[in-house]
Design a protein. Structure first.
Ligand code: ATP
Ligand code: MG
Length: 418
């Protein structure tokens, strides 16, 4: 037999039901905050990701699924969606709209990583992107939407960490200070970080290797190297979070793995997730639209991992299954009569089913029980001839007869909200 690909998971119906809860919350809250859905392709030209995410990031260096198209061009399965959304934003001139442009997306992303719990090669994200505002309140809104989403799903043990990376002018100054610090400690860093010193020194702060963490404990803090404007922006974001009662932790080491971030960056983790503890993350990327050839446009967004949310989703958040009706039809005349009722039930919006294989009442009732049916409509040849059907209440086991023609309506009024 042929197996699925390593790190690429099937979502079987039970699991898919949990995902529907998460997706419904994402859609409902996005709409509530006035974000509109955008669906961008799952593959793009490779250069889009290399240019936006950054050539010396983990994603671009080693995690992308890149392949050659038949005409020789290089294409990549999207490792994240921001790059594609920004491309679409520029391509369709969405910035021409006088209102702020706010989008959300849901969908699969692809990264070649070592598969483990909460880390897959095809995974899914819910994310938002808000274009056009430099106001710290835009940052607060995005964070507040993220926090509301995670809180409404009752996910346990969440912490929101926040930092400021400064603007494009602050970064080189800080990079120098950080490099000066790292140079004396090069030998204590892992191979990867020694290389990062040459390519992307900020990433050293993000390294998970314990010796690297110790070595950089005393490293200069980004937040001590902010320009007055960057500092003020950060303080206003923090003030906004305070005003809305959103709890956070200042983490001066939080740098995030993508190059395009500026100013505010944040990450939500959960202590219930084990090693892969990041639930979602985001930040400002005021330079990205311009980097990709569009007009200078401030922007901010977040992305959360659906798999990690699904791992934590408490059972109490799942809706109880709807009440369904089972039609037990058997016999030459009973089956067509029963199928007529089944069709009517469905036309009336009543979730209903039958079993085309069951030949006896006993077999039908067993299936009805398995499916958790609230009512069973029984129609055999005798009933069909009399123009009657038996309604059985599965909870009380009570039964009574109804005229065939009224059966579907009668059941619908019992089950559907008035
Ligand atoms: P991590 O530190 O866990 O590798 P990341 O910084 O690479 O995360 P982002 O690119 O910020 O993650 O993506 C946002 C969210 O998407 C993460 O917080 C996580 O929940 C989820 N995510 C990222 N990569 C994967 C993956 N390979 N499998 C499942 N979920 C993922
Ligand atoms: Mg990663």
């Amino acid at each position: 037999m042929i197996h699925g690909i390593k790190g690429v998971k099937d979502l079987l119906p039970e699991e898919a039901a949990r995902w529907q809860v998460i997706e419904a919350a994402a859609r409902r809250l996005s709409t509530l905050y006035d974000y509109r859905e955008i669906r961008v392709p799952i593959f793009e030209v490779t250069e889009l990701f290399a240019r936006s995410i950054g050539a010396s990031t983990d994603i671009v260096e080693k995690e992308m699924y890149t392949f050659q198209d038949r005409d020789g061009s290089s294409l990549t399965l999207r490792p994240e969606a921001t790059a594609g959304v920004v491309r679409a934003y520029i391509e369709h001139n969405l910035g021409a709209s006088p209102t702020a442009q706010k989008f959300f997306y849901l969908g699969p992303m692809f990264r070649h990583e070592r598969p483990q719990a909460g880390r897959l090669r095809q995974f899914h994200q819910y994310g938002v992107e808000a274009f056009g505002s430099v106001s710290p309140w835009a940052d607060v809104e995005v964070i507040s939407l993220l926090w509301r989403f995670l809180s409404e799903l009752h996910l346990p043990g969440l912490t929101l960490e926040i930092n400021s990376l400064g603007n494009a002018a602050d970064r080189p100054v800080y990079k120098e200070a950080l490099l000066d610090f790292l140079k004396g400690r090069e030998k204590t860093l892992c191979q990867n970080c020694q290389r990062r010193m040459g390519t992307n020194p900020l990433r050293v702060l993000d390294c998970k290797v314990p010796t690297c963490r110790t070595a950089t404990e005393e490293a200069p803090k980004l937040t001590d190297h902010l320009s007055p404007q960057s500092r003020q922006h950060f303080q206003e974001v923090i003030g906004g979070l305070d005003a809305l009662g959103i709890p956070y932790l200042l983490n001066p080491r939080l740098v995030r793995g993508l190059d395009y971030y500026t100013l505010t960056t944040f990450e939500v983790t959960s202590q219930h997730l084990g090693a892969q503890n990041a639930v979602g993350a985001g930040g400002r990327y005021d330079g990205l639209v311009e980097t990709l050839g569009g007009p200078k446009t401030p922007a901010i967004g977040f992305a959360v991992g659906m798999e990690r949310i699904a791992l934590m989703l408490p059972a109490s958040t799942l809706p109880s299954p709807g009440k369904m009706v089972f039609v037990a039809a058997f016999g030459q005349k009973g089956v067509p009569a029963g199928m007529q009722i089944l069709h009517e039930l469905r036309s009336l919006g009543v979730q209903s089913d039958s079993d085309y294989r069951a030949l006896t009442l006993k077999a039908h009732l067993r299936q009805a029980d398995r499916l958790g049916a609230a009512f069973v409509l029984i129609v055999g040849d005798d009933e069909a001839e009399k123009g009657q059907v038996i309604l059985r209440d599965m909870a009380s086991k009570e039964q009574h007869e109804l005229p065939l023609s009224a059966a579907a309506h009668s059941v619908a009024t019992r089950l559907l909200p008035a």
